[in-house]
Design a protein around this ligand. Sequence first.
Ligand code: 5GP
Length: 117
Amino acid sequence: MAEDTIFHKIIRREIPAEVVYEDDDLIAFRDIMPQAPVHVLFVPKETVATLNDLPADRPEIIGRLAVAAARYAKEQGFAEDGYRIVMNCNRHAGQTVFQLHLHLLAGAQLGRFGTPV
Ligand code: 5GP
């Protein structure tokens, strides 16, 4: 299936992942190459390759990811200290997995966002 990615395989439990949250609409699991002490990926179960492919009438797909990430931050006790959410789109942002996902980075002082080109 052209739209099948490693994240679809994680959703179907065909490959293992450290899942921290799941509901009918999304799954959240630890990034295999963490870029911060806390690095969790929030992924919709509905197939959406990139932000460019998000249907204009379905903003809730991203809204649910954001709500789940903020709730996780509060539950884990780092919401007040803060965190960063990132969504990479296509090659200039370095997107490598073409199923929409929101990165949650936390657990330490993060570097300044955005590297000059
Ligand atoms: P992107 O670069 O597309 O924004 O982010 C993809 C992320 O997925 C990367 O941070 C990468 O480390 C992570 N990743 C890639 N393959 C796997 C995997 O098999 N398992 C997990 N847990 N994370 C993965």
